[in-house]
Structures are given as C-alpha cells and as structure tokens.
Design a binder for this molecule. Structure first.
Ligand code: NI
Length: 229
C-alpha cells in the first residue's frame, strides 16, 4: 500500500509541469553537511626521528551548508560551496593509550562545474561535478590531556598545534527534487569526495617539534532544502 501511494506520488511529481533549469537561474540550497575524513596518517616524527607505530586521527565534523549553483545553460552549472565552520577532534595513537591531541576548525570553500544530464523540465535533476577545494584550518587547540602527557615528557610550557592549509581537486554527485508552487522549492542530497591533505605540527617547548602528514580525503555529505530564483 505504501509503495502504491509512493508510486502515484512519484508519478504525479514526475508528470507535473515545471519551470526548466535554464541559463541565468540561481539555485540556493542549505541544510546539514558532514565532513567524514578517510584518514591516512604518516607516523609522527619528532624532529628527524620517526616514532614508529604512531598515527594521527581526525573524527567527523558537521556544519550548516550554503550551496549556490548558477546555471550557465540548461545542462551546465557553476557551484560554490560554503558552510559555517566545521569542528574536528584530533587523536594520536601509538604513544601509550590513544589520547585527544586537540581540535581544529576549518572552512573548505569549493567551486564545482556541474553537469545536469536530464531534460531541463524534469522535476528530478541528478548531477555530477568536478572542481577545486581550498581548506583553511584555524583555531587549532591542544587538549589538556595532551599537555599533561607532554609535561611528563619534559615540556616546559603549553604546546602549540598548527595545520597546513590544503588545496586539491573535488568530485561530486547529487540530485535535486523540485516541489511546491512553480516547482521552485528543492529537496537536495549530495555527496563530494575532496582531496584534502595537511601537515600537522605540534611545537612542544623544551621537547621539540612533532609533525605528521595527514591525508583527510573526506566524503562530504549534505542534505537540505533549496530554492530556484
Ligand atoms: Ni589526498
């Protein structure tokens, strides 16, 4: 029964007249967005000494997205992804128990060229895209736990964490579902893969500088509502 209702709903959705995706149209989408890193970390190095068996890890971070697409014509769009800052916790493993190293915020402004293969009048608009991402890390903080551990190692003061900004390619797939009066409202889901790599540096006064190369290469998931202007 549910299937039939869903089926007829979908059929009416698909057959309803709709304003076409066309040149000069601007689509604005907003909702929840999550950055889920697929972390690949080098071993930590203290100066020139590699600390075998150690690694850094980064957990997921969520934010509110603001995603705009400017339609260049009926099939091609230019997308800009913005969001409120993401916050991620960082962990270190291999130095005794895994511990919280600290946290960082980041913003990953991204520009994508998008291709919409369906007829411009379709209420369902899947798309794929390729583009460029620049990720800015800021407000990096070392945790109290980490500072306690560093103190045991001979640190003379609080440590300082820095993450190097990253630039790289991005790819995406998504879909807009039109609804409402004039079909100007959208429900949107999208996923991106972004090449985000960074170098983490922890300066520990009295001990030295600990570094790790960390590939984040996250999948980024977004779901939200949009409007076509
Ligand atoms: Ni990478």
């Amino acid at each position: 029964m549910k299937k039939m209702v869903l089926g007829s709903l979908l059929a009416s959705l698909l057959s309803a007249p709709v304003l076409a995706y066309e040149s000069g149209e601007f689509l604005l989408r907003s909702g929840a967005i999550t950055v889920s890193p697929d972390v690949n970390s080098s071993a930590l190095a203290l100066g020139d000494v590699t600390l075998d068996g150690t690694a850094a890890d980064v957990n997921n971070g969520s934010a509110i997205s603001l995603i705009g697409t400017y339609m260049l014509n009926q099939s091609w769009g230019l997308e800009v992804i913005a969001a409120t800052p993401f916050s991620h916790d960082l962990k270190v493993s291999g130095l005794g128990e895994t511990f919280d190293l600290g946290e960082t915020k980041h913003l990953p402004p991204t520009v994508m060229l998008q291709y919409f293969p369906f007829a411009s009048s379709s209420t369902v608009q899947p798309y794929v895209g390729v583009g460029f991402n620049y990720t800015v890390f800021f407000e990096e903080k070392i945790s109290g736990t980490a500072n306690d551990i560093f103190a045991d190692l001979g640190a003379t003061d609080s440590a300082d964490l820095k993450l190097k900004n990253s630039s790289g390619i991005a790819a995406e797939a998504g879909v807009d579902f039109s609804f409402g009066a004039d079909k100007r409202w959208l429900f949107n889901v999208a996923v991106w893969w972004m090449d985000i790599d960074t170098k983490a540096t922890v300066d520990i006064p009295g001990v030295g500088s600990v570094t790790a190369n960390v590939e984040l290469d996250p999948l980024v998931y977004a779901a939200g509502l949009g409007y076509r202007f």
